[in-house]
Design a protein around this ligand. Structure first.
Ligand SMILES: [Zn+2]
Ligand SMILES: [Zn+2]
Length: 354
């Protein structure tokens, strides 16, 4: 494959695991016949960005440009592009490509591609250059049209940006486990993921119970759509919920007691983990085997389901609760994110990257 011509675009990158992110210039390919070039307007700040920038998953190559909650305007399209035209508002999430041929890709579950995260928006491998992919903390990006998403026109584009990761990560398991009216659904943790879990579970018609360790988040949980908020450190409140849930979405990325939540499930109930704690979580057998409960995981979503989620959000007016920052505030934002001091997602105004 002939290497496409490059152009330069401004970005914010980490030069090493310990360096703060700083302004730099990176190279992107000029659009090939199937590519879309996007002027990035907004990029959400995901906890994964911080893990990646600091090499906490031990695969980061530097310079590292995070960012996979991208919304922007199409500024150029390749000659073969059919779905998009210049001026369209589009989104790019955690994937910019996949192998396209494995069983998962063929089924539209590109997030489970046999090639792993080779197609990741950052930290993947650019198929033209063989170099690491560079994410959305930049002025522009070039993506094959198959991995570009249509953004609903009625949604605030900044508040819609985190739908591309936080949104699909919570929407996908709620759909997979067929959450709907008549069901009691728990959401564990009120952060970037959890607050979207509450909104989707509510929109799907379930009775929604939010679990939080922070009594200060009770009022906000109800404002976001929870019918009940349980303070999980209160043993009496937890005991009152025993054996009553059809489904629990666990969005906590820190160490916590899964078994306490298994006990809240009904017979055949399921708990799905979408948080990614670094250390293994102990699982006791009895809470699972006694009521045929199940424990599973879920990871973002494929392209078809991500588009479905965006369209659903357009129909129901669902966006994320965000705090807008300038690009040069990103290092401070990471420190605040580590303290859960954000309601509930930072979004970078990419016009601030000059
Ligand atoms: Zn993410
Ligand atoms: Zn694949």
């Amino acid at each position: 494959m002939a290497k496409p011509v490059c152009y330069s675009t401004k970005a914010f990158a980490a030069a090493s695991a310990t360096a703060p992110l700083a302004a730099t210039t990176i190279e992107r390919r000029q659009p090939t016949p199937t590519d879309v070039r996007i002027q990035i307007q907004y990029c959400g700040v995901c906890h994964s960005d911080l893990h990646f920038a600091r090499n906490e998953w031990h695969f980061t190559q530097y310079p590292a440009v995070p960012g996979h909650e991208i919304v922007g305007k199409v500024t150029a399209v390749g000659g073969g592009v059919k779905k998009f035209k210049v001026g369209d508002t589009v989104g790019v999430g955690c994937l910019v490509d996949s192998c396209r041929t494995c069983p998962s890709c063929r089924a539209g579950f590109e997030q489970f591609c046999d090639a792993g995260m080779q197609g990741g928006t950052y930290g993947g491998t650019d198929k033209y250059f063989g170099t690491p992919t560079l994410g959305g903390y930049s002025q522009s990006i070039v993506v094959t049209e198959d991995f570009v998403l249509r953004m609903p026109a009625n949604l605030n584009p900044a508040a819609a940006a985190p739908l591309l990761c936080a949104g699909i990560t919570t929407y996908s398991p709620l759909k997979h486990w067929k959450v709907g009216p008549g069901q009691k659904v728990g959401i564990v943790g009120l952060g970037g993921l959890g607050h979207m879990g509450v909104k989707f579970a509510r929109a799907f018609g379930a009775h929604v119970v939010l679990f939080t360790t922070s009594p200060s988040k009770v009022a906000d949980g109800k404002r976001l759509g929870a019918h009940e908020v349980v303070v999980s450190t209160d043993a009496a409140q937890m005991a009152a919920q025993a054996g009553s849930f059809d489904f629990i979405l666990d969005a906590v990325s820190a160490q916590h007691d899964l078994n306490a939540y298994f006990n809240l499930l009904k017979r055949d109930g399921n708990l799905t983990l979408v948080g990614a704690p670094a250390e293994p979580l102990p699982v006791a057998a009895f809470p699972l085997i006694m009521r045929r409960r199940s424990f599973s995981g879920s990871f973002i979503g494929g392209l078809p389901e991500t588009q479905e989620m965006l369209d659903f959000c357009g129909q129901h007016g669902i966006t994320c609760d965000i705090e807008m920052i300038r690009m040069d505030q990103i290092n401070a934002a990471y420190e605040r994110m580590l303290k859960s001091d954000v309601k509930y997602r930072f979004v970078i105004d990419m016009a601030s990257l000059k």
